[in-house]
Design a protein around this ligand. Structure first.
Ligand code: RUB
Length: 312
């Protein structure tokens, strides 16, 4: 039986109470640990079945989140390697993996913040879209290093995650301006770099991130302004190695406007869009600053996606 606490985590991910790919992944791994600890299953097989059901539920909450899927897959691969003999051992493995995963996430955001902060130009104006914990980490570290960066945040319709970024950066001491998304072209001339997060990266280095990212990349390209994406290697989607096309999550129309007030109008609400690799200067990862063409090789080097999921 799926635990009530797990259902509540799924609800919070779906509603964006938990947002940003890394927080989503972190909560998903925690949900597995909660399920394991609360499980009353009597056999290893039945408990594995419960964990698979929970993993499927979690993965369905946000279809454009490979970091969540990669992280869950990692826990399952550890279970397979450890080959628990009884339910107690299985519970201990899942709990340990949850703890180790949190430590590894802390290490990776520390490294990304360090690499990213070094990459930011001294005294630079950085244009930011949406809310990414990784981007905030880089900007806060750059500020700490004395790089005197300042930020222009797009508010990010329809859910305004950019306002969260603006508040967090301002609290961290970074001089910050907030603009509406449609003002990007009016302000891009003031920017020295664009910095966004990443939800998914495909096998040719294309980026899938919050809707509006690809328009900003085009505008930046036209003005020759460097465009960076801050991304853990777990954002790489190994399914794209085998021909899968990244599914773009379409969210409820009511996030955009009340459908009752728009009789006969189809309201569309895609959450993400795809930015071609050619518009991306570099990905800032825990293994360093990488051009899009090196991302896949480095992710595979980390053990992500080496096995064809269709092969038995
Ligand atoms: C958030 C978003 C972020 C990435 C990266 O979208 O697009 O740029 O998830 O975030 P949403 P992080 O608000 O729909 O989740 O760096 O925190 O992983």
């Amino acid at each position: 039986m799926v635990s009530a606490a797990v259902k509540s985590i799924c609800k919070d991910i779906k509603s964006l109470k938990i947002q940003g790919a890394r927080e989503v992944a972190k909560s998903a791994v925690k949900a597995l640990a909660v399920q394991a600890s609360e499980s009353t299953a009597k056999t290893v097989e039945s408990m594995k079945g419960e964990l698979i059901e929970v993993a499927d539920m979690l993965a369905a909450t946000r279809p454009t989140e490979p970091m969540m899927r990669n992280s869950l897959m990692y826990v399952f691969s550890r279970i397979k390697e450890e080959n628990p003999k009884n339910v107690k051992e299985l519970k201990e493995i899942v709990e340990k993996e949850n703890k180790d995963y949190l430590v590894s996430l802390e290490k990776s955001i520390f490294a990304i913040s360090e690499y990213g902060a070094r990459e930011m130009p001294k005294g630079g104006t950085i244009l930011i879209h949406c809310h990414s914990h990784t981007v905030v980490g880089i900007m806060a570290r750059a500020h700490e290093m004395g790089k005197e960066v300042n930020a222009i945040c797009c508010e990010t319709r329809p859910k305004f995650q950019g306002r969260t970024t603006a508040k967090e950066l301002s609290q961290a001491g970074v001089p910050t301006r907030l603009i509406v998304d449609s003002a990007v072209k009016a302000f891009i001339g003031e920017a020295d770099a664009v910095l966004v997060g990443a939800d998914s990266i495909d096998s040719v280095g294309n980026l899938i991130n919050k809707i509006g990212t690809s328009t900003i990349a085009l505008v930046a390209f036209e003005k020759d302004i460097p465009f960076y994406s801050a991304a853990e290697l777990y954002k790489f989607d190994p399914m794209t190695l085998w021909g899968a096309i990244t599914k773009i999550e379409e969210r409820d129309p009511s996030e955009v406007a009340d459908p009752k007030e728009f009789d006969g109008v189809e309201i569309r609400n895609p959450a993400f869009d795809l930015t071609l690799a050619k518009y991306i200067t570099a990905y800032i990862t825990e293994r360093g600053v990488l051009p899009p063409s090196s991302l896949m090789g480095t992710a595979i080097g980390k053990g992500i996606g080496v096995e064809n999921p269709m092969s038995k």
